[in-house]
Design a protein around this ligand. Structure first.
Ligand SMILES: [Zn+2]
Length: 230
């Protein structure tokens, strides 16, 4: 989830947590946009004070991560390693800010090097850099390096000038081939989006997605994967 700290979202930690408790959710993860996103208010100080934030409220596990930006061809992210190490989990992906030319070849190289760097647990919307990457290669590399691929529900709602549904379908096919799971999330930017997977239900059959492939359905496995204690 993104809070107002991300700069492009409209709800607070308390609002999401209250809603998650209301919905009987088991885990909620916050991952603000990284330093490279022009709107983000995330800082070193903000991250270091996550240690003072609650880790659990009334049985709801709360984890703190980041959605970092892949900035360089060598897969470098927009947060220093010592900050990344303080977080429960690291999501990374390509957004607008980057220090290279966003060609198909460059985006593919940057994503593959980021996946191999072992600094990230999840690659968000890996089919996203506007159709500009060799996505099959990226999916394969993520599966081989134990980086979770994300199915971002907000992308199912959007219209693009490239066929993102086929790219998501391909991703699911490759995850299946490797006998892995993927992570699904709403990418909530406000509390009304939290837990709303109605769009996913519409596409599930077409995408070939089954419940047993979704790591969110196995909270203990997810925490173990991220190396976070229950
Ligand atoms: Zn994103």
């Amino acid at each position: 989830m993104h809070t107002t700290i991300s700069g492009d979202a409209h709800s607070t930690y308390k609002e999401y947590i209250d809603k998650a408790l209301e919905n009987n959710m088991e885990i909620i993860g916050f991952s603000e946009h990284g330093y490279g996103m022009p709107a983000s208010y995330l800082t070193d100080y903000c991250i270091s004070n996550y240690r003072r934030m609650p880790k659990e409220i009334n049985g709801l596990k709360i984890i703190y991560g980041v959605e970092a930006n892949i900035m360089d061809l060598d897969g470098g992210l927009d947060l220093p390693d010592e900050r990344l190490a303080k977080l429960d989990y690291v999501i990374a992906s390509i957004h607008t800010p980057k220090n290279y030319d966003g060609t198909v070849e460059n985006n593919t190289t940057a994503m593959i090097n980021a996946i191999r760097s072992k600094k990230m647990n999840i690659i968000s919307h890996p089919y996203a850099p506007y159709g500009l990457a060799n996505f099959e290669e990226v999916y394969e590399e993520a599966c081989k390096n134990d980086v979770l691929l994300e199915l971002n529900i907000s992308y199912l709602k959007k219209e693009f000038d490239y066929d993102h549904i086929s790219l998501i379908k391909k991703m699911i096919e490759i995850v299946k081939k490797h006998d892995k799971k993927l992570i699904v999330n709403t990418d909530s930017h406000n509390l009304w989006e939290l837990g709303d997977d109605s769009e996913l239900e519409k596409y599930k059959d077409e995408l070939g997605l089954t419940n047993d492939m979704i790591i969110n359905n196995y909270p203990d496995e997810l925490l173990e994967f991220l190396g976070v204690e229950r």
